[in-house]
Design a protein around this ligand. Structure first.
Ligand SMILES: NC(=O)c1ccc[n+]([C@@H]2O[C@H](COP(=O)([O-])OP(=O)(O)OC[C@H]3O[C@@H](n4cnc5c(N)ncnc54)[C@H](OP(=O)(O)O)[C@@H]3O)[C@@H](O)[C@H]2O)c1
Length: 273
C-alpha cells in the first residue's frame, strides 16, 4: 500500500482526499498534517492518519502533496528538503510557485504542478497538470488516479500553460459567480423576490452548464437556438454584444494570466539573497 502524505490539509487537499476516499483508497494509507488541532481531529475521525509533525509524516512517503498557501511553500520546502524520500513523487497545488523552486530544494524528485479549481469539491472540477522531466509513466498514472475522480484532468505541454489554465479554469468559477450575482441583483431590481431570483438564476446556470456539457453542439450554437430573431433573448444578447462582453472577458483573462506571471516572479527563489 502506497503512503500518500498531504502537507496542509485544507480546502483543496480536503477535496482530493474526499475524492480518494470515495474512489476506495484505504484511509490508513493517507497521512495529513495541519497546524490546528481541530483540523487534525476531523481527519482522524475519518480514519486518516493526522499529525502536526511534517518531518515525521514524510518519512518513507511514496507521494507527498503540498497543500499549503503559495506564500508558505519556499519555507516548507527548505524545512522538508532533506526528509522527503528522493524517490517520492511530489505534487504541488500551489498557484504561482514555479517548478524551479521545487527542483532547487528537491533536485532528484519527480515533481508535478497541479492547478485545480474549487468545483473539485463537488467532483466537477478542472485540474491542469504539468510534470517535471523526472516524472515517468507511473507518476503520470498516479496523478491521473488522484485527480480524475475530481473532474477533468488537462495535461499541460509547458509550464506557462498552467497560467492559461488559471485564467480559463482555476479562477473561472468566480467569473460565473459574478455573472450570477449580477443577474440576481438585476432580477431583484426588476421586482422579483430575492430568494426566487437567486433560485432561478442558480438553476438556470446549472441547466445551461449541463446542456453545454452534454450537447454535441458548441455553446455558440446553443445560444443561437434560444435566440429567435427579434425576440426577447435577441434583445438582451444585442445589449451584451454592443457593450463588448467578449472584449471585457478577454481583457479580464489576460489580466488574470499576467497576475499569475507576476506571482511566479514574486515567489521565484532569488539565489544569493
Ligand atoms: N482553493 C482554491 O480554489 C485553490 C485552487 C487552486 C489551487 N489552490 C492552492 O491550494 C493551496 C491551498 O489552498 P486552500 O484553499 O486549500 O488553503 P487552506 O484551506 O488554507 O489550506 C491550507 C492548509 O495548510 C495548512 N498549513 C499551513 N502551513 C502549514 C504547515 N507548515 N504545516 C502543515 N500544515 C500547514 C493549514 O492548516 P491550519 O489551518 O491548521 O494552519 C491549512 O489547513 C494553495 O497553495 C492554493 O494556491 C487553491
Amino acid at each position: 500500500m502506497n503512503k500518500i502524505v498531504f502537507i496542509g490539509a485544507g480546502n483543496m487537499s480536503g477535496a482530493i482526499i474526499d475524492g480518494m476516499l470515495s474512489a476506495g483508497t484505504p484511509p490508513a494509507s493517507l497521512w495529513t498534517t495541519n497546524r490546528s488541532e481541530d483540523a487534525r481531529a476531523a481527519w482522524a475521525a475519518k480514519g486518516v492518519n493526522a499529525s502536526a509533525d511534517n518531518v515525521q509524516a514524510v518519512a518513507e512517503a511514496d507521494v507527498v502533496i503540498l497543500g499549503v498557501k503559495p506564500v508558505h511553500i519556499n519555507e516548507l520546502l527548505a524545512s522538508l528538503a532533506s526528509h522527503i524520500p528522493k524517490d517520492a513523487l511530489v505534487i504541488t497545488v500551489a498557484a504561482g510557485v514555479p517548478l524551479e523552486n521545487y527542483q532547487y530544494f528537491l533536485p532528484e524528485n519527480a515533481i508535478c504542478r497541479v492547478m485545480p479549481n474549487t468545483p473539485c469539491l463537488v467532483k466537477t472540477g478542472v485540474s491542469g497538470v504539468f510534470f517535471s522531466d523526472h516524472c515517468g509513466p507511473a507518476d503520470h498514472e498516479t496523478v491521473t488516479e488522484l485527480f480524475q475522480p475530481l473532474g477533468l484532468v488537462h495535461h499541460c505541454q509547458t509550464e506557462a500553460e498552467i497560467d492559461l489554465v488559471i485564467a480559463a479554469a482555476g479562477s473561472a468559477p468566480a467569473y460565473f459567480f459574478l455573472f450570477m450575482e449580477a443577474m440576481i441583483a438585476a432580477a431583484i431590481a426588476q421586482g422579483l423576490d430575492p430568494s426566487d431570483a437567486a433560485a432561478m438564476v442558480k438553476q438556470t446556470a446549472l441547466g445551461a452548464a449541463r446542456m453545454a456539457n452534454d450537447s454535441e453542439h458548441e455553446p455558440a450554437e446553443l445560444r443561437r437556438r434560444v435566440t429567435s430573431p427579434g425576440g426577447t433573448t435577441a434583445q438582451a444578447i444585442e445589449r451584451f454584444t454592443s457593450e463588448n462582453l467578449h472584449g471585457i472577458v478577454a481583457s479580464a483573462m489576460v489580466d488574470c494570466t499576467e497576475r499569475a506571471q507576476e506571482m511566479a516572479a514574486l515567489f521565484k527563489l532569488k539565489h544569493g539573497e
